[in-house]
Write a protein that binds this ligand. Structure first.
Ligand SMILES: [Zn+2]
Ligand SMILES: [Zn+2]
Length: 119
């Protein structure tokens, strides 16, 4: 009596193909914004080396958004505040940009006034 041994089927056939053929760039569609994006050969190798058998479902920008939402992104821009003096009332002001000499900087209350006046 002979036993039939089934080949392991846990591997999606796509990876077997990829193993034979050199990794080619693929165009995938983002499941969030439905934009097409490239899943490059290098990325596919990276995925395989991590043992990941699925393809990325999101384009790079949606993936970045996804990470940012969960606070996983380390490259979050740090907002730097600069101390300066209000050009209108002379009070100390703190602004989220580097003050330049050719542009007057206002404290938040004077800024509102200036903006209201210029509209
Ligand atoms: Zn997307
Ligand atoms: Zn002011």
């Amino acid at each position: 009596m002979e036993w039939l041994i089934c080949p392991p089927t846990w591997r999606p056939s796509i990876w077997k193909e990829v193993g034979r053929v050199s990794l080619m760039d693929k165009t995938l569609t983002c499941r969030d914004c439905s934009a097409e994006f490239l899943f490059t050969g290098g990325e596919q190798e990276f995925f395989q080396s991590k043992g990941l058998l699925h393809e990325p479902g999101r384009c790079p920008s949606c993936r970045a958004d996804y990470k940012r939402e969960r606070g996983l992104s380390s490259d979050r821009p740090v907002r730097e505040y600069h101390d300066t003096v209000c050009a209108d009332c002379g009070h100390p002001a703190r602004v989220p940009f580097v003050p330049r000499n050719d542009r007057p900087v206002y404290c938040s209350s004077c800024y509102d006034k200036v903006r209201a006046a210029s509209v």
